[in-house]
Design a protein around this ligand. Sequence first.
Ligand SMILES: [Zn+2]
Length: 403
Amino acid sequence: MNAVRPGSPAGLREANRRRVLDAVLAAGEPTQSGIAAATGLAPATVSNIVRDLCREGRLTASTTVRDGRRVRAVRRTPPPGVVAGIDFGHRHVRVGIARAADTGRLEGGAADRLLAERACELAEAHDAGVGLDAAAALLEDALSAADVPRAELLAVGIGLPAPVDARTGAVGEPGILPGWVGIRPAAAAAERFGAPVVVDNDALLGTLAEQAWGALSGVDDGIYLKLSDGVGAGLVLGGRPYRGRAGTAGELGHVVVDDSGGPPGGAVCRCGNRGCLETWASTATVVGLLEPLLGAPLSVDEVVARARGGHAPSRRVLADTGAQVGRALGGLCSVLTPARIVVGGELAQAGELLLDPLRAALERWALPGAADGVEVTTARLGRHAHVLGAVALALDHVLATHG
Ligand SMILES: [Zn+2]
């Protein structure tokens, strides 16, 4: 044993190296001056330690852009192997795998870094076991398509369209994802996949992906909004994803926006409340409002195509949806004063047809001044956002547990 005595020069050096590694892990990709500020170590000490750790292959240095300036930053070097991301929707599952070492700086084209991607449809209100079995088959298929032995799988990240309690690992909130309630998905999935599994809410994963590789890159205070079968938000505050007390922060879809007539007003929501934003702004609501006119089944793609072609009812429905989303976001802006709001999920393809009325409502409902200068844009990673976020989550786990 080469035990290093605490307090000896070697012990101090080892403790400082650990502090630098921990600071890099906590910040993701800090600059050397950021590490010095976080650890209280002298810049020269940080510089020496970072040089040694880069030489040993434990840190990787790269050039990145912060506040419009190119700076030198470092990140933990991932071990060899692959990570998988699994994105569950109410009616689909998508699986992607990526080399852990390839998931660093992605200057656009994030999805290109996926070695393989597979997806299939699931029945609405599917049982958790059915969903996990489907995901396991897709993962097997993706690994063999990429010619990666299963032994190289380091970790799996899973995104679920429901609040996941970080304290218990359980899916809560009966009604939002009924087939999964009470299930501890990380434990159930780890058995099937034979690798460590980490689980988080899908909107939070979209946030991680857009922060790492997309429209929230370099933004310290931002909101990612997912408008799909479900409506959810992910928050970045002070440069870090914000999960709240139990890991379930961001359920903007269940903020009440329609209290017409007072309680009990508004449409009944699957969460048990009435008049939630989700009853206005989910894909099911949008197509449901137009199916009597246009015939069922109708897809969001068709609604957007019709709206672009000038179909007034389709334009009206998208505008009303944007306005209700903007109203809910207005309240959030007053509280959090974000710099950028990124709209993702299936409805984001409506682009300005949705965003223009959204911005107008944001101005209308936010505290005067709170929405000034807030940029509202569409997400950059499209349908890959949540699977990439799950990949980022798996990679975080690998880096946190790898030396
Ligand atoms: Zn609700």
